[in-house]
Design a protein around this ligand. Structure first.
Ligand code: 2AM
Length: 192
């Protein structure tokens, strides 16, 4: 696993990453919403849900994040992104979930506890898993006619079998995300 040692700091976070088919479905929803919400649609290859946000850290501390993720014993679980929304305060249109699966909550808490125990400052805001579909969205245009408010939204469902550590950097074309670690969850059911 190679880590960039040229810069001094990196912005990092643990995340769930959709497979290609689900990324395509999410992107299609984003494009549909974009017609009424405008803004900037998230690139298909960067769609994700943040599990634990860490933020800017010194590069020499990356290894401890890679180490602490080893040995997480959460079983794989199904996830339903079934609730659209648009936050006016940061103009993010997102797909979230009406029900937080217990396994996802456990995975978040386990990871956050390890991150905190390793001496990193962790995000104090309540865990609110979501996939950002559009930034700079005109949330005021999300009327009842808009698919964003259909309840339930067309769910995007997948079996979470792993999680990743992502390093982000700002480039000319927006954020660039690099997966620097991937860890499998425990398989307790046959693959579908
Ligand atoms: P967002 O999509 O809602 O902005 C990379 O920036 C990832 O980390 C994104 O998923 C982003 O969420 C999330 N993120 C950025 N700052 C954060 C913070 N302070 N707390 C939690 N998540 C954050």
């Amino acid at each position: 696993m190679s880590l960039d040692s040229r810069g001094e700091k990196a912005r990092v976070f643990f995340a769930l990453w959709p497979d290609a088919a689900n990324a395509a479905r999410l992107h299609a929803i984003a494009q549909q919403w974009h017609r009424s919400l405008g803004g900037r649609v998230t690139r298909e290859d960067t769609l994700h849900a943040t599990l634990v946000f860490i933020g800017d850290i010194a590069l020499d501390r990356l290894q401890s994040l890679l180490d602490l993720a080893e040995g997480i014993q959460t079983p794989s679980f199904d996830i339903d992104f079934d609730a659209g929304g648009c936050w006016k305060h940061n103009r993010i249109a997102y797909l979230g979930m009406r029900q937080l699966p217990e396994a996802l909550q456990n995975l978040h808490f386990e990871l956050a506890a390890r991150v905190g125990a390793a001496g990193f400052e962790i995000e104090k805001r309540p865990f609110s898993p979501h996939i950002t579909l559009i930034r700079k969205a005109a949330c005021g245009n999300a009327t009842t006619e808009n698919p964003i408010n259909k309840n339930p939204a067309e769910p995007v469902t997948w079996t979470v079998r792993d999680f990743v550590l992502v390093k982000s950097s700002i480039g000319a074309n927006g954020s660039r995300y690099e997966q620097i670690g991937r860890w499998p969850l425990l398989e307790d059911k046959p693959t579908s």
